[in-house]
Every structure is written in C-alpha cells, then in structure tokens.
Design a protein around this ligand. Structure first.
Ligand code: MIG
Length: 746
C-alpha cells in the first residue's frame, strides 16, 4: 500500500516501497485547493477531485529490480516527458528515461539527452493532472488507455499535481522543481556557432562579417577546437591570447561562449587532471580504479559531480575561462557520452587480429559505435561516502555539473547572471541552464519535429530551449536555412550551429537572396526584444513556457491536441512555419479568439483553416486580437544603445499588455530593481483611453519615448486620453499614432 503525503492543496506525494535518490530536486511550496485528494481504497491509490475519482491504480508489482505501477485515467492524452522525439500527444507510446547521446535523431529514437520523468494527463472537460516520478534512476513509461510507470529501484516516489488547467500543472510542477532565473538579456539575441571556429582570427572574422553584413548578433561560440588537445579548461595555440581576443570581441559587441565537456584527459602534465587526481575526484569502476572512457581528448576520467567537493573543484576550474573574458558556458557530452573503453578497444583489436572485422568496414560494425550507459559499471560516492551505482546518478549527472557551473559564475562573475547551455539534464534543469536539442540534421523533417520537441520541453518546465538552426548534421541548403531561421527567430533560444565537415551555414553561405531573408528575421527578433524579454519574465515568475502548444488556449478542444506545426510565442503571437521545401503557402488552423496577420493586418476567425501565402521571405505570424506587441528600434546587439525607443502596436479596439525591463545582466532584479508596466487601451465616446501603470518601478529604465500605434483605428476618433489627460494623436495612413514620454505619464 502506498504512503500518501499531502504536500499542499494541489500536490500529493505517493511513495511505493523504499525508493532512494542520491539527491532530491524538489522544493517546498504552499498551495491551496480544498477539493483535491489522494486516497487509498482497497489498498489502491485513487486521485479524487470534487468527490469524483479521476485516476485509479489498477496494479503494482516488483519484478527483477524494477518496480511498476499502473493507473487508469479514462480517455487521457499525455503531454510532456521532457525531450522526446515525436509529436506532442504521447498517447500510445513508450519511453525510457536514461540520458543518452545518440546523434541520429530518427523518428523512433528513445531515449534522448534529457530525462524529465513528468507528464500531464489531459482530457476534454476534465482537470489536467501532472505526474512527476521523482526518481533519478532509470524510469519507463507506457502510455496507452491506462499508463504504467516503472522505475529501476526498490519503489517509486510519485507526485500527483492538480491543474485544473495545463498551465496550472506546469506552473505548479516548476514550483516543485524550480524555475528559470532571468537569463542575461544578450542570450535572447541571435547567436552564431560552428564546430569549430578554431582560431581566434577565424572567430573574429565571423564576428566582423556579421557586422559588415548587417546581421545583428550577440554571441560567438567556441567549440572543442579552442582547447589544447581537447583538455578542458585550457586554451590551445590557436587562442594564444584569450584575453586580447575577448577584448576585441567585446569591442565589436560580442559575447563568447565556450564549450566544456566533462571528460578530463588522463595526462600527468595537465593541471586539471593533476588537481582532480589529488582530490580523488573521479568516478570509479567496479574494481575501485578510476573509470576510463574515451572522448575527444582520448582516455579520460570523469568527475564525480555527486560530491560537493568535486563540484567546488569543477567550479574553480572555470577560472581560466571566466577570468579570460568568457561570458557563458556550453556543457556538452554530459549524459555522459562515452563510446569507447579500453575493454571495447581491446575487443576490436582482437577481432581484427582474428580477421573477423576489417578496419575498413569498422563503420559497419554498428554495435561498436553504440553509446553505452555503464549503469552498473561506474560507481559514484556522495558526501557521506555512500556508493551509488551510475544508473541512479546518470540522469542527474548534467544537472549536478550545471549546479557546479552556476557556482563558477558566482565565484568569478559575482552579481552577473550566468549563462549556461546544456545538452543533458533532469527535471528542474531550467534552474541552472538553457537547453538546446542536440545533434539534429539539416532535414525538413527535423525543422518540423523541433516544434513538438521544444514544446514538450516547455510543458515539462524547461522554457529556454532552441535547436541548431539550419540543422547540425548533413548539408543545409539555402531554402532550408532561410525557413529554419524564420522559425528559429520565434524559439526562446536562437542559435545557428552546424557540424564539422558539413556545408557552411553562416547567414551568407547561400548567397544574397537567402542572406536577405535571414537578416529580415534576425532583425525582427531584435525588434521584438521588449515583448520576448517580458515573456521570459513571466516564465521566470510562473514557470509557463514561452513557446506553447495551441492546446494551452483550450484544453477542452481535442482538435488542438494534434497540432504540432503551429505554436504560440508568448501570450500574443501565433507562428505557423513553412516546413516543406518548394512551398510558398500552407494551411493554418486559427484557434480561439480572432487573430490578425502581422504582415497585412488581415483578420482571421477562430476554428477555421486558412490557406496562407508565404513566399520564401515570409513566415505566417498572427497576433491575438485585443493584444499589444512591444517593439524597439533596430540594433546590432543588446544593449548597444543605453536608451531605447518603445513601440506599442495595438491589435484591436481594446487591449492590455505588460512590459518588463531590468538591467539585463546583474542579479539586482531579485531585490526589486526592475520595472513592470501595465498598459491598457479602451474606448470611450469615439475615442481611446490609454492607461499606463507601474506595477513595480525599481530600475532607472531604458525606455523613454513611447509610440503607440493603433493599427486599425476608425477615422472618427475624437479624443485620446492617457491616464485621464488628453493627448495629441494623428493618423499616419491607417495607423493612429500617439507619442509620449514615460516620465510624463507616471
Ligand atoms: O561528439 O563538440 O552536440 O553541438 O558541436 C560531438 C562537438 C560533440 C556534440 C554537440 C555538438 C558539438 C559537437 N559535440
């Protein structure tokens, strides 16, 4: 019989057996909802709301080291599960949670890099319920008409989270596992990467070319080749003077993000290895020796991030990067990804000797290239000296690494916001890092599937996500890159990245016509900064994703459950990317509310499907009627200008909207040094009434002059007032304009 604990009004913790986690990722919080209950009846768990049973346990068992429990929630659809291939609705599928690097993202690939054992059951006219399996061990999900959760452990700890709306579940789940901090403003800008910009002059050339070609950009990434023989925390010969290099980059307005892999090269002449060894910092094999695996540097040892002294050593090791002008850290290979071991190598040599495999066709011997998880082979220790098998630590390995990386920022960049980008992670990874979806390919199929992958992450609490724009593996072509950039401009994280040996993918790689399209959308991204930054703020506050599926608009409308190729970006923007080559139109489902085309102001009615034209330089984008879009002037990077103009576009005859701003780089916002404004627009006596109110005013502010544009104002507008006082207005074509200074109205 499970043990039931009421965490708060909306959250119950159900414990079966005796599960054990090396760390607990949950946080306490209060919430009231009187009608929600978890109870046992005939020894079985029941989830009850307002007297009605929603979820019933039908079976539980312990078999061969795996605990399993099955529940029934009639007619449920399943959303979430973190980073998974496939569509949003996971009904009918099976998944495994075991962080894995597999660079070929086939439609059936599972598992992927990140494990978030959390999903939301959704069914029309029923409350959405969140299920979080708080196990760092491997877990398994079978989602059909009923659903089975299995955990490789002596039991399971399951949190049941009441909605009733999907967004409530996501918000409450992020209360439990943590929310995103405000990222540095520059990390919302466009970012340019490639495996690799491998000399300082090449990186500088790219930066300069972006400026001369008038492509706004904030960040250049340095992939593995900046290091000395892939030795983590070193600079190689091609980056002899990193300080000078970073200063030159700064002059051009660029930030630098460097890759950091967890594998430490075994090399007696290498400081990081020596200090790690002295601390006995590395995970062990079964015989108690330092476990050896092959990654980029060759034979490596792997830090045991479970130990706090090891994490501290790792944090300190960032000095060589963060004190040399590096602004952000990119954590790769942190599943951890290990292909080769001494054992495997020996086996291959043996087979080769026997003539059973030929080196020439080694590539065909697929089993030798399969990632291994080393679940039972690697041993970790916690601070108390208890041993933990790798399978209980693997899914939090990257999470623990990200914790250490965040501390590094505290050490070397006090009061600055960290920027960490990670490939692997666990529930709550958003507390420490942004996420990119790893090694996709330059395929149209991947452009399309990145939408549900990112939305699935968002529904699992990870808001700051994005993809390698243009695709990582394989060769992009101009059309694909243009379309992917159009879409990527509306993902929370916006970075162009590609693999070594593939076609170049910088914005100019496919000629002027393509570059013009890319420039247009990179510029639009920057123009929308005030709107996007505000969406980040609400995500930081409430855990609601920035990029959301349409089901967020009406979870009772089952038609929306299967829309995977349109998404909401913040509260007011609907995006419908072109996902096929040689196509200049698509059908768009318009969800509830009326929506207005950003391109030409045309109005579209709810619950209709439209054929929308989209030549190569256009992506269909719609704004929700009765909302506001906040924009600013063009820029090369954030914050090139100290003061910024603000444009407020009013879609409809009444509207309300929020605008958030802070310094964009320090932690001062946590002590109230930010501004949050509420703007409202209403109508009275053939006129408009504008309201501007400061909900919080703790920061000097960048926005001074404000232009409000009423995009579709009737000609007979008589009078406009702002906070009760009459204000000048004039027509510019169809648009009624009002100008004022923030300081004059509040
Ligand atoms: O084995 O650092 O996903 O973004 O460029 C490949 C080289 C290792 C995988 C990452 C990719 C990165 C690449 N890395």
């Amino acid at each position: 019989m499970p043990k039931i604990e009421k965490i708060n009004g909306s959250v119950f913790k159900i414990t079966y057996g005796h599960p054990a986690n090396p760390i607990d990722v949950t946080l306490p919080y209060e919430d009231a909802h009187a009608d929600f209950k978890c109870e046992t009846r005939n020894d079985r768990l029941n989830v009850i709301d307002a007297g009605k049973t929603l979820i019933t346990e039908t079976d539980s068992k312990f078999d061969d080291g795996i605990f399993s429990v099955t529940f029934l929630y009639e007619d449920a659809h399943f959303f979430g599960l973190g980073e998974k291939m496939g569509y949003l609705d996971k009904r009918g599928k099976r998944f495994k949670m075991q962080n894995m690097d597999n660079p070929l993202h086939t439609p059936d690939l599972d598992p992927m890099y990140i494990s978030i054992p959390f999903f939301i059951t959704v069914s029309p006219k029923k409350p959405a319920i969140g299920i979080f399996v708080n196990s760092t061990s491997y877990s398994f999900f079978r989602l059909e008409t009923d659903f089975t959760i299995s955990v490789k452990d002596d039991g399971a700890e399951i949190y049941v989270i009441y909605g009733p709306k999907i967004q409530d579940v996501v918000s409450k789940f992020t209360q439990l596992v943590g929310k995103m901090e405000m990222p540095p403003a520059w990390s919302l800008g466009y970012q340019q990467s490639r495996w690799s910009y491998s000399t300082s002059s090449e990186a500088l050339e790219i930066a300069k070319k972006l400026r001369t070609d008038d492509i706004p950009c904030d960040v250049i990434y340095l992939d593995i080749d900046y290091m000395d023989g892939y030795r983590v925390f070193t600079w190689g010969n091609n980056f002899k003077d990193p300080k000078r290099f970073s200063e030159e980059m700064k002059k051009l307005g660029f930030k630098i993000v460097t890759i950091v892999d967890p594998g430490v090269k075994i090399d007696e002449n290498y400081e990081i290895y020596k200090s790690g060894k002295a601390l006995d910092a590395f995970v062990k094999d079964q015989s108690g020796k330092d476990f050896v695996g092959y990654v980029w540097p060759g034979r490596c040892n792997f830090p045991d991030f479970l130990r706090s002294d090891v994490r501290e050593w790792w944090s300190k090791s960032h000095k060589s990067l963060l004190e040399n002008g590096v602004d952000g850290i990119w954590n790769d290979m942190n599943e951890p990804a290990i292909v080769w071991t001494d054992l495997k190598t020996a086996k291959i040599f043996e087979l080769m000797k026997k003539g059973e495999i030929d080196f020439q066709i080694l590539g065909q011997a697929k089993e030798f290239f399969v990632q291994e998880d080393f679940g039972d082979e690697i041993i970790h220790r916690d601070d108390e000296g208890h041993a933990w098998p790798h399978y209980k630590v693997r899914n939090i390995y990257a999470y623990l690494e990200a914790m250490a990386t965040q501390k590094a920022f505290e050490m070397y960049k006090p009061n600055k916001r960290p920027f960490i980008l990670t490939r692997a992670g666990f529930a709550g990874i958003q507390r420490y890092a942004a996420v990119w979806t790893g090694d996709n390919s330059s395929w149209w199929e991947h452009l399309e599937i990145e939408m549900p992958i990112s939305m699935g992450l968002g529904m699992s609490g990870v808001a700051f996500t994005g993809t390698d724009v243009g695709g990582f593996g394989g060769n992009a072509d101009g059309e694909l890159l243009a379309r992917w950039t159009e879409m990527g401009a509306f993902f929370p994280f916006f970075r162009n990245h590609s693999a070594i040996g593939t076609a170049r993918q910088e914005p100019w790689s496919f000629g002027k016509k393509i570059e013009d399209v890319i420039r247009k959308y990179v510029k639009l991204r920057y123009e929308l900064f005030p709107y996007i930054y505000t969406a980040f703020y609400f995500s930081h506050e409430h855990g609601i994703p920035i990029m959301r599926p349409l089901i967020f608009l009406d979870q009772d409308n089952e038609d929306l459950y299967s829309i995977n190729d349109e998404f909401l970006f913040g509260d007011s923007i609907l995006v419908a990317p072109i996902t096929k080559p040689n196509s200049t139109w698509r059908t768009v489902y318009i969800p509830n509310g009326r929506w207005i085309s950003m391109k030409d102001g045309k109005l579209y009615e709810a619950d209709h499907v439209y054929k929308i034209d989209a030549p190569l330089d256009e992506i269909p984008v719609f704004v929700r009627e009765n909302s506001m879009i906040f924009r600013t002037d063009p820029m090369n990077y954030l914050f090139e200008k100290g003061k910024m103009n603000l444009y407020v576009d009013i879609y409809g005859q009444k509207a309300a909207g929020y605008l958030y701003e802070d310094d964009g780089e320090t932690l001062d916002y946590k002590s109230g040094k930010y501004n949050l404004y509420e703007f409202t627009v209403g109508q009275r006596d053939h006129g408009y009434t504008i309201g501007v109110k400061a909900i919080n005013r703790g920061y000097a502010g960048r926005y001074e002059k404000i232009w409000m544009n009423f995009l579709n104002a009737p000609r007979e507008i008589a009078e406009v007032t702002i906070n009760g006082k009459k204000i000048e207005s004039h027509f510019d074509g169809n648009v009624l304009k009002v100008e004022f200074e923030l300081k004059d109205v509040i």
